[in-house]
Design a protein around this ligand. Structure first.
Ligand code: G3P
Length: 217
């Protein structure tokens, strides 16, 4: 399972990269705004910094909602660095733009996916990644993990190579359950990634080992 970090915060990205477990980064306009990164030029510069901080894919989201605008923006983003994945919204023009980019060999991530039908469209358009938002479905009392399972089944039925990128991950159990279902990638905050480390028996066991080592020296 690939681990992406879902943030535009460079310190968090660097910390996850330094742990040695990071495979990429996802961002969106809200995450950029949260870090105070506003304006097209600043956002472009920030994408360059993120690419320099990590080895893997970096999803960079277009703001346009029409095909021509998405193509223009996506081509500019893709030209920044080979690590860039053009992130497109799940709307009709986004699907069309996804097909355009996949035909050109440019990597894509179709975002704001909330149904199996939308995920099927993304795969047919040749998306590199599809991003179902499981936390936001859970927020409205709908089974986010059930959607991941449905997409896994559909993609496996037909051999679609689009990678399921479980997004809107909120906590450790989302990661574990997505791994059990077979999501290809999860993207979540640093807190969820570091949460995987924690077990009280690890902490007490280590404390005892160190205590016993001191007794023998
Ligand atoms: O990757 C999608 C993500 O940024 C949305 O997360 O927590 O705002 O639903 P959240």
């Amino acid at each position: 399972m690939k681990f992406f970090i879902d943030t535009a915060n460079l310190a968090d990205i660097t910390e996850a990269q330094d742990m040695g477990v990071l495979d990429g980064v996802t961002t969106n306009p809200s995450l950029m705004a949260k870090e105070g990164i506003t304006g097209a030029d600043n956002i472009i510069e920030h994408y360059k910094k993120i690419c320099n901080a990590v080895d893997g894919h970096v999803s960079a989201e277009v703001i346009s909602t029409d095909f021509e605008g998405m193509v223009a923006e996506g081509e500019k983003l893709a030209a920044l660095n080979p690590q860039i994945v053009v992130k497109l919204p799940m709307i009709a023009d986004g699907v069309k733009a996804c097909k355009y980019f996949s035909d050109k060999g440019i990597k894509t991530n179709v975002t704001l996916v909330f149904s199996a039908g939308q995920a099927l469209l993304a795969a047919k358009a040749g998306a590199t990644y599809v991003s179902p938002f499981i936390g936001r479905l859970d927020d409205i009392s709908t089974d986010g993990l059930g959607l991941i399972a449905d997409i896994r089944l559909i993609y496996d039925n037909y051999g679609y190579e689009t990678e399921i990128l479980a997004a809107s991950i909120r906590h450790v159990m989302h990661i574990i359950d997505c791994a059990k279902i077979g999501a290809d990638v999860m993207t979540g905050p640093l807190s969820a990634i570091k949460g995987l480390l924690k077990h009280p028996l690890t902490d007490s066991g280590l404390a005892k080992f160190l205590e016993d080592y001191k007794k023998g020296n």
